[in-house]
Design a protein around this ligand. Structure first.
Ligand SMILES: O=P(O)(O)O[C@H]1O[C@H](CO)[C@@H](O)[C@H]1O
Length: 284
């Protein structure tokens, strides 16, 4: 696997976690920047801080608490990451996805990814929710794919097909859940493009990313999706559009991480309602 921990390391981390909780999740959820509130809805929760888990990186970004939450959400046994790891924090790409490898070892089959992202599609608005139909792995295209390095076939294949990364059935289920909640007008579907960060885009970069076909841009998620698919998991992803990228010099907007977190907080209610209903409707 990549350049990262061995298959045996992942089994060791998983064995440690299994001693700390009796929950046996089939669904794994990753909470994006400021979106960790979903963790409050988990019942009968066992919480394990990352700093107690051997070989786990530390969360360094505000809005990412650094805790694994095991428990029941809408009748489903889940493990939820309150805080993910990013390449720009200084972690090699493979390290950012250790928890996804561990989730699979714990028995997780379905991965539900969320993130905060900047809108590139001019038809989008701040506060919209975008179902990820496809992604562009910009770091991967330039040689930093998360699967770079020796491949351990016990995880998955050397050459991974990625045309079907995002599960169509779960996307349809999310659309019907949004309609049921009256959220269809803010629901979008599109392509998430990953950049390395931590800088937000210049105007010229936003134009480039839009011309590449991106509808939303962020600094996460893609490596997690690829690793999930590498191990045969079903993957679904959703972006909260927390800001609109500037596509012209006349409308230069200076996005800050505080803005991102503030929109996350403002939209938390709808996002949690939608995520909960999707989980409720999922067959695992
Ligand atoms: O992708 P998540 O973790 O939601 O966070 C997004 O928000 C941060 C920027 O404000 C970046 O880390 C970006 O990727």
């Amino acid at each position: 696997m990549g350049e990262g921990p061995s298959y045996d390391d992942i089994q060791r981390i998983s064995a440690f976690i299994l001693m700390r909780t009796e929950h046996r999740p089939k669904l794994g959820i990753v909470c994006g920047s400021g979106l960790g509130g979903l963790g409050e809805l988990v019942e009968d929760a066992n919480v394990i801080p990352y700093n107690e888990i051997p070989m786990f990186p530390a969360s360094t970004v505000p809005g990412h608490m650094g805790k694994l939450v095991f428990g029941i959400l809408k009748g489903k046994t889940v493990v939820l990451m309150r805080g993910r790891f990013h390449n720009y924090e200084g972690y090699p790409m493979w390290k950012t996805t250790i928890p996804i490898r561990v989730m699979k070892a714990l028995g997780v089959q379905t991965l539900f990814l969320t993130n905060a992202a900047g809108g590139l599609n001019p038809n989008f608005n701040v506060g919209d929710i975008m179902i990820i139909r496809d992604h562009i792995d910009l770091p991967g295209l330039t040689g930093e794919c998360v699967l770079r390095g020796a491949n351990d076939e016990r995880f998955g294949p050397r050459f991974l097909a990625t045309v079907d990364t995002y599960d169509r059935e779960l996307s349809e289920l999310a659309k019907s859940a949004a309609t049921e909640l009256g959220l269809h007008e803010i629901l979008r579907e599109g392509t998430y493009i990953m950049i390395g960060g931590p800088t937000f885009e210049t105007v010229a970069e936003s134009k480039l990313l839009r011309n590449f076909g991106g509808d939303a841009v962020g600094m996460s998620t893609v490596a997690e999706s690829i690793v999930g698919r590498h191990m045969g998991m079903r993957v679904f992803g959703m972006s909260l559009i927390t800001d609109m990228c500037s596509l012209s010099y006349d409308e230069k907007k200076c996005t800050t991480h505080q803005d991102v977190l503030a929109i996350g907080e403002k939209r938390a209610g709808d996002l949690q309602k939608l995520a909960s209903l999707i989980v409720e409707k999922m067959t695992l």
